[in-house]
Design a protein around this ligand. Structure first.
Ligand code: XMP
Length: 207
């Protein structure tokens, strides 16, 4: 069965990152990288890691349409499997990302896993999910550590796939996130800091 785990390898040391990607890349659905990795190693690391797994660039792009296009064009040259962008900046901003994405799948953030996300962002998930559907996103990001919110979001997701961070270091449980509607679970520190990442992946998938 295809894995539902996305390994968030927030590493800045190239040899450690490549070693871990080679070790776990075929045992997970995808590897997600974020700004710390790309700022440290350059965008070429995207293509390099693509030899080991599907690569998702978690850039949380959130700018005006023209800048979003310029960012997306740079990233598209490396052919990642997917890219994460914000929806809160409005329809025009997301439209421009989808248009420039080429064959990369666009995943829009509708709610976040950090406690502060409830102050401004998370109350607007309804509008953001509808925008993700109508603007051609492939998926959405919704928290895997807030099961109630995740369930509400999953009821309105339509054909969108749900990608859920917040599992492990941020308190969420792998099975609980899947039962609440996640299609894929994003796991960072509890996986890449584990001395036996493959054993950890297997232990999650066995439960
Ligand atoms: P940890 O170590 O907490 O790493 O398992 C999680 C990874 O996912 C990112 N992250 C999020 N990304 N919406 C997102 O789009 C979220 O709510 C969210 N929470 C965490 C985080 O930056 C790290 O790379």
């Amino acid at each position: 069965m295809e894995s539902k785990i996305i390994a968030s390898l927030d590493l800045t040391d190239e040899s450690k990152l490549v070693r871990m990607a080679e070790e776990i890349g075929q045992s997970v659905f995808a590897i997600k990288i974020n700004w710390p990795t790309i700022l440290s190693l350059g965008k070429g690391i995207i293509k390099r890691l693509s030899e080991t797994s599907n690569i998702i660039c978690d850039l949380k792009i959130a700018d005006i349409p023209n800048t979003n296009r310029l960012i997306m064009e740079q990233i598209a040259t490396q052919h990642p499997w997917g890219v994460i962008a914000h929806l809160f900046t409005g329809k025009d901003s997301m439209e421009s990302i989808v248009k420039a994405a080429g064959d990369a799948k666009v995943i829009g953030v509708v709610a976040m896993s950090n406690p502060g996300a409830s102050e401004y962002l998370n109350g607007n998930y309804g509008n953001l999910v509808e925008d993700a559907k109508s603007l051609g996103c492939y998926g959405i990001v919704a928290p895997g550590n807030d099961y109630n919110l995740l369930e509400r979001i999953s009821k309105m997701k339509g054909n969108l796939k749900i990608f859920s961070p917040g599992v492990g270091a941020q308190g969420g449980g792998y099975n609980k996130a899947l039962l609440s509607g996640a299609d894929y679970v994003i796991i960072g520190r509890s996986l890449y800091e584990n001395p036996d990442p493959i054993g950890y992946i297997k232990s999650l998938e066995r439960k």
